[in-house]
Design a protein around this ligand. Sequence first.
Ligand code: AMO
Length: 453
Amino acid sequence: MQRIVNAKTVKYSGQRIMVCGWVQTIRAHGKILFIDLRDQTGILQAVITPSIPNPEGIRKRKNSCYKLAQKLKPEWVVKFEGIIKQRPIGMQNPCIETGGVELAVENLKVLSKAKILPIPVFEIGKKEPTLEKRMNWRWLDLRKPEKQLIFRVWTVMEQTFGEYWISHGYIQIHSPKLMSVPSESGAEVFEVKYFDRKAYLSQSPQFYKQMAMAAGFEKVFEIGPVFRAEPSFTSRHATEFAGYDVEISFIESHQDVIQAEEEALVYVLTKIKQEFGKDIEKFYGRKIVIPKIPFPQLTMKEAKEILSKLKVKNKNNGDLSPEEEKKLSEFVRKREGHEFVFVTEYPIEVRPFYHMRLETNPKLTKSFDLLWNDLEITTGAQREHRYEILVRQAKEKGLKLESIKYYLNFFKYGCPPHGGFGLGPERMLMKIFNIRNIREITYLYRGVKRLRP
Ligand code: AMO
């Protein structure tokens, strides 16, 4: 017999079917057992009685699985066979999708037993254990439907970004994650043993997505892992995370990159809202707002002026602290009713050597960060594609040209003006769900102290 998933059982009224899943709760009313069976698609009520109708006549026969059913415990994995029946009016459950039907179980197989759970999966009224404890038992934590929702949204988000880029002429690349030199700078890099020499885990596909521009690909995107040896314990940093990277040729300035990102974001958020808006609101109380294009923009100078008027402690080093990001986002939300803000024109001191500088002020870069409700989700820039200038900028930053020789070569043989951005999907999901900690978003978080499970 073919398995029917719980959400589809409503279509099988009167038919004999097989379902599989986890025993979520067991309630006994007299001799009748009511079991909420959970699978990936939802909950189905299963009813197990000591006797069941005889197929031939009115007389009832013993239900051979009843004895075993009495032994069931929460989180056992089971297979039920039985008849889907309409629930009597007044006994229906409007809270679940299958609330109009139930399964009269006639056959039962235990596929896997569960010992006493170290953390609860489903216990009404019980406080969630600490995040640390839940991360130790992540596969149990993830059994909760509201947690699985994050990964369903992630799946569609990634597919929709890909769909958008592919339909706009982008080519997908997969650049190597094992590098002979660090991909951004020497800091924050994981060193690995590579046969008889050292290699480094890629901190960004930056150099290789730029190589694609030199190769004439014109528009590329990459979805892949990023590794950063950041010794930080914040709620927004992981040592391994996913990166969505984009690079585009023949741009006039970083404004073209900003526009490309705005359009992709609106496309993706519209799809997420259509498909998951209701569930996200139901489980997380977050209403997705589709942002209006163009998103607000502030230069770093303007941002710092606003912050100083707001009397926010101002480090004034050309970058924004988390506190400054928060206050700036609040300000833009109030003034413009927009959840996003691009901060542009970062000073050269806080940006890498490959960022192009403004013609009107060479102390500033043609770069940007995108903040979404207090959090940086993107960094981007127009890159310096002119070999001599790039070499000069690298020297200014104290880089050894030998170590970036292969990168510099990309710009020697004809390379169009280009720019791009890197977006952190974990950060984006934090904002979609209004979840404060990246550990809740990541399937298996990796941080300074965490390499398990
Ligand atoms: P950046 O270093 O800002 O830029 O990274 C791009 C985006 O990746 C996310 N991010 C992180 N997410 C989780 N944990 C971390 N430790 C972490 N670090 C960064 C953020 C960030 O905005 N090469 C440039 C991109 C470019 O210019 O194209 C870069 O890597 O959302």
